[in-house]
Design a protein around this ligand. Sequence first.
Ligand code: NAD
Length: 291
Amino acid sequence: MATILDGRKVSKEIEKEIKAEVLSCDKNGYRPPHLVAVLVGEDGASKTYVTAKMKACEEVGFKSSMIRYDDTVTEEEILAEVDRLNDDDGVDGYIVQLPLPKHISVEKIIDRIDTAKDVDGFTPANFGKIDQEHHSLLPATPMGIIELLKRYDIETKGKHCVVVGKSHIVGMPMSILLAGPGDATVTLCHIHTKNLEEHTQIADIIVVAVGKPGLITGDMVKDGAVIIDVGTTRVPDSSKKSGFALKGDVDFATVEPKASYITPVPGGVGPMTIASLIMNTMIAYKKRMNF
Ligand code: NAD
């Protein structure tokens, strides 16, 4: 039976640590860190994520603000908002929640974000520094996964890690973090990878970020592998009040019996992404305040 990598529990521990730091800043007469979220449109999942991020801010004593736009907002208006947030000395970090409506270029928006306030770690400058010792703000989801592995004493050095999915926000930076500071041997798989199972079957650690429920099944995993499931897909479920259930990319029922450690969905990687956002905001705040 695998040990569950409990992202909820670890994220609470991290929140406690950050809260203590915020209290100490307050005692010394400093303002709290301030995180802003820009939310465009009415996407249910995006609203849920942003609400969870704002709630985590409150819990650690950060100031948090949400700026909302209809999905008819123009690219120029969002770029102007980004400029305002870049110039606002009272804002330490901000996120523009993805996805954005199709008429807005995500690339243009991300390119305009001040790297010092880029707490999602998406800007090209921050991305380019991922494997440097003096990196600044790391992409939140891969950063959360590395933190989760650390807190469970799971070594990546010398391990064979297979990352499935090569998105700019998860798979690609994850592979760099594992191969660079993590000293692992990394295989990066994606939609065009032939015979995916031939790669996953020899992996010590599998990180899967695809968005296809049940993609990784028990027969694709070796005994004792560590399984990190990033996938979060909403599937209709009439037994839930919300009408949907969140499903990971891993078929938990067949993979868990073979794994040594495994993240659940929900409650694994998701809370760690939020914890990373909080940690990144604290880092950005300390730099801004010259602590
Ligand atoms: P994406 O949707 O941008 O890209 C998906 C990737 O999967 C691509 O690289 C594609 O090549 C690959 N892929 C698609 N089908 C495949 C297949 N059959 N075999 C192998 N590879 C395949 O990726 P994303 O934005 O990283 O999102 C992936 C999943 O992770 C989604 O379910 C998303 O909701 C979830 N996610 C969760 C968190 C979190 O905090 N828990 C954060 C970000 C993303």
